[in-house]
Structure formats: C-alpha cells, structure tokens
Design a protein around this ligand. Structure first.
Ligand SMILES: Nc1ncnc2c1ncn2[C@@H]1O[C@H](COP(=O)(O)OP(=O)(O)OP(=O)(O)O)[C@@H](O)[C@H]1O
Ligand SMILES: [Mg+2]
Length: 255
C-alpha cells in the first residue's frame, strides 16, 4: 500500500509544568482530510498537546512534522502561517470587537489612501457577512459585538473564519461546551463541512458521543500518556469510554 505523508506527525512529545508531567512521550499523527477525536478526562493533557502544535508554547522534548517537514513554531502566528487554525477552549474571540473585526483578526484587508494603509471596512463587512451566512448563521449585522452572540454562533464564526482562510488543519478544543442541542448539531454540521472541503480536524472533547459521529479515528490520553488509538470501525463509543475509564487498551484492539 502506498504510504501517504501524514499532515501532522508529533513524535515523543514531552511537557512538564513544574512537577506536573503534562505529556509523556506522546506520539500522534493526523492524516490529510481526517477528523481525529482526541479524548481523555480532565487534566489528561489534551489542551497542552494541541497548544504545542498551535505554537502557544514549545514542547520540552520531541519533534513535530507538518506536511512531512520538521517545524518549530515559535508563536501561534507561525502555526497560522502554515495553515493551522485553533479554536481554543477559552474561546478565541474578542468580546468587545465587532463580528467582522473578529472574523479577520490579524488578517485584515487594507486599502492604501495616500501613504497610509487603512482597514478596508467595507470589504471586511461584505466578506464576513457572506462567509458567515454561507455557514447558516444569521447575523443581523457584522457590526454587532461578539459579546451578544450565543455560544453556538461564536463557534460558528470561529470555524467559519478557519474555513474562509483555507486552513489545512482546524483544531477545536471542547467546541461544544455550554452549547444547546441545536447549536451542537450546527457546529457538528460545520465540522463535516470543513472535512468535505479537505480540511483535517482535531476535535477535543471528553464526551465521546459528541465526536463519535463525525470522527474516523480516536486517540485517548490519560495523565499525559497516550493510552492508544482506535478506528471507528473497530470500537463503539462504549468501548472508547471503557478505554478511558480503565486507562488500558483491550488486547484485541492493540495494534
Ligand atoms: N500553563 C500551565 N501551567 C501549569 N500547569 C498546567 C498549565 N497548563 C496545563 N497544566 C497542567 O497540565 C495538566 C494537563 O492539562 P491540560 O489542560 O492539557 O488538560 P486537558 O486534557 O485539556 O483537560 P480538560 O479536559 O480539563 O481541558 C494538568 O495537570 C494541568 O493542571
Ligand atoms: Mg483542555
């Protein structure tokens, strides 16, 4: 079988916070166009792992390859420039800014008036409205502050932003926390849309039932250690819950 280069390959990643070993020699791959569920209880190391991938902080040890090339992201900006967009657990939208400002955050189109570069607000509003409406979110106006949006609408804008800028990898850290049933459905629909457009997704949650319908593979972490990984075809949600609860892979699922 021909071997496809993984989009992401994290090798022997280690991270300590003082005496806390948050990650111990963790190995994770993400394939092109794949939705990977990253699961584990509180404090398992999920957010730490993806923060390393997103350039928030470096690992203490280990290597990261993106599209087959070794990378060393020194900031979230570096990771973003390579095509990695992260929606962090504490949502990365700025409450006191308008929807369209949030949509472009750091990527604002500008227009030159004489010697100065000004934000092209008209273009921002038009593009933002088009992209967000295309995702099925009704925004009354791109000028409204993000603080008035519901949790689901905020997630939609974050995911929409990632898709609009044609990212290669979308990382969602607990995107469904505090969302209603309807909003949850909507966000899951958008994750599927992202996948259809060829984007790989790392979807972090402690609720396997949230990610099971959309992901094809699952990696389980426990206290900084990777317990194992399974394909959806080989394990039910209940099998995965059992793996997380016991911290062990059943013999028949070990590869
Ligand atoms: N910036 C930090 N400083 C000190 N300790 C940290 C820091 N970030 C994480 N930790 C510790 O590292 C461990 C892993 O935390 P992490 O946030 O990665 O877990 P998680 O799997 O995302 O948990 P949750 O499901 O609660 O979000 C925890 O023991 C946590 O207290
Ligand atoms: Mg977390």
């Amino acid at each position: 079988m021909q071997k496809i280069t993984p989009l992401v390959k994290m090798v022997d990643i280690e991270k300590n916070f003082g005496a806390v070993q948050a990650l111990k020699k963790v190995n994770v791959e993400v394939q092109p166009g794949e939705i990977l569920g990253l699961l584990g209880d509180n404090g398992a190391g999920k957010s730490t792992l993806i923060k390393i991938l997103a350039g928030v902080f470096p690992p203490d040890a280990g290597e990261i390859f993106f599209e087959g090339k070794q990378v060393n992201f020194l900031s979230p900006k570096d990771a973003r420039a390579s095509g990695i967009e992260t929606v962090h657990q504490a949502l990365s939208l700025v409450n006191v800014m308008s929807i369209s400002r949030n949509f472009f955050l750091g990527r604002e189109p500008t227009k030159k008036i004489g010697p100065v570069n000004l934000l092209d607000r008209k273009k921002m509003d038009e593009e933002c409205k088009k992209a967000v409406t295309g995702l099925g979110v009704r925004v009354r106006s791109p000028h409204e502050f993000v603080s008035i949006l519901s949790g689901g609408e905020r997630q939609a804008i974050s995911i929409g932003r990632a898709m609009h800028f044609k990212v290669k990898l979308l990382i969602l850290d607990e995107p469904l926390t505090a969302l209603s049933v309807r909003e949850t459905k909507e966000v899951l629909r958008q994750v599927e849309k992202a996948k259809e457009s060829g984007v790989s997704v790392i979807f972090i949650t402690h609720n396997v039932y949230h990610v099971y319908p959309v992901a094809e593979r699952f990696v389980m972490l426990d206290k900084g250690i990777k317990i194992g990984e399974v394909y959806k075809k080989d394990a039910s949600p209940e099998d995965i819950i059992e793996i997380i609860a016991t911290g062990k892979m059943p013999q028949e699922l070990k590869s």
